[in-house]
Write a protein that binds this ligand. Structure first.
Ligand code: FMN
Length: 364
């Protein structure tokens, strides 16, 4: 194969990988297609450069050859992890595989992407060293390192604070209905509804709010709307007497203080009438890797004896954390199902995930 085509493949690989890192700014289905194309091109890259593998046993084991071999081993491992975690997280191309949440796939995907990025840069630098020497090489290495580090830190930062989340509830909430043959109530706790936001609040994913034609909607609130649209029944919102501040970081600090104090926040009454309900879907955000104290207080005050509890948690990457253990300690529900966790950026596209999850519980 001509050197030109090899170069085109290499450049395409680099562009695909960098666009994969910017996943938060491109639609999830496009990210999945780009990811598969990247893996395919890596395989082609290895086939067309197979002479490298043949040359390993021959000649002297130079320092650069050794580093390259270690890089390639690390690269295959991290790429394998990237691929498997990507398949497990897939909501489109591989959604039917329904891979169980045996580990935090999102954390693995992120960690393997970071390792792949570093190894890729080292690998590229080794090749660059053939053509660029001395001071020019050191400058190139420094620039490459700076790009790698800033990609790792800048992307999540840009996502959290500059990725606007504008949604159309009418479009994303409505979908396939499910008859659970149960009297269901959806109970949720969200920052929105417990915070006095000013209408001009920034609807960015880091602030965990969305905007629908100017109306502010919380992540967990949106999921509760989707659950209710799927299974019907009533909806109840857990509200605290004292509102949380509009500032996200101040709320985070208050959430921590609540966890460190013995009591729970006072809730607005009255509690919902659950006498005619046999199944509660509890939707809550992960706070400090656990259940928000307000939700814990709600469960302690609610009689769920004889009822089924379905936990759904929204989070910024922490998964279920230890919230399930806290739920188990705090409720007298007869049966608690396996939980569903939804990453905050996936909230707008979570409707089918919710349907599939509730359907898989086989409560009918
Ligand atoms: C006080 C506080 C603590 C949080 N702690 C975590 C955490 O430990 N792990 C995590 O993944 N996300 C954490 N988050 C992010 C939320 O779980 C996430 O943004 C969630 O979807 C927010 O839902 P809401 O908009 O309905 O409040 C925290 C958010 C807040 C406000």
């Amino acid at each position: 194969m001509s050197r030109f085509i090899k170069k085109v493949i290499d450049i395409a690989l680099l562009i695909l990988f960098l666009s994969g890192l910017a996943s938060m700014f491109i639609p999830a289905n496009v990210h999945e297609v780009l990811g598969c194309t990247f893996i395919l091109l890596v395989i082609i890259h290895n086939i067309v450069n197979r002479n490298f593998y043949r040359s390993i046993p021959n000649g002297k084991l130079t320092k650069s050859k050794l580093v390259n071999c270690v890089c390639l081993m690390l690269f295959s491992l991290s790429l394998g992890a990237l691929m498997f975690s990507g398949i497990a997280l897939s909501n489109y191309l591989f959604a039917d595989l329904k891979i169980p949440d045996i580990i935090n796939w999102r954390a693995l995907h992120l960690a393997s992407a970071i390792i792949t990025l570093f190894v890729l840069f080292v690998h590229l630098l080794i090749y660059a060293n053939r053509y660029i020497k001395n001071k020019a090489f050191r400058i190139t290495a420094f620039v490459a390192f700076a790009i790698a580090v800033s990609s790792i830190f800048a992307m999540p930062y840009l996502d959290r604070w500059f990725h606007k989340v504008e949604v159309d509830s009418a479009q994303i909430v409505d979908g396939k209905k499910l008859n659970l043959n149960a009297k269901v109530m959806t109970i949720y706790f969200s920052r929105v509804g417990n915070t006095d936001f000013t209408p001009d609040v920034n609807a960015v994913s880091g602030a965990s709010v969305m905007k629908d034609h100017g109306e502010i909607i919380g992540n967990t609130q949106m999921i509760a709307m989707m659950v209710n649209n799927t299974v019907g029944g009533k909806v109840f919102e857990i509200q605290t007497v004292d509102k949380y501040p509009a500032s996200y970081s101040e709320t985070v600090t208050i959430g921590k203080n609540e966890l460190n104090s013995a009591g729970v926040p006072i809730l607005k009454g009255p509690l919902p009438d659950l006498s005619s309900i046999d199944t509660v879907v509890l939707v809550y955000p992960l706070w400090w890797s656990t259940l928000p104290r307000a939700v814990e207080g709600f469960l302690r005050n609610c009689d769920l004896s004889g009822k089924t509890l379905i936990p759904i948690v929204t989070h910024g990457g922490g998964g279920v954390g230890d919230s399930l253990e806290v739920i188990r300690r705090s409720t007298n529900a007869r049966f608690i199902t396996n939980p569903l966790d939804i990453y905050s950026s996936d909230v707008p596209t979570a409707r089918s995930t919710i349907y599939n999850y509730l359907d898989s519980l086989r409560l009918k």
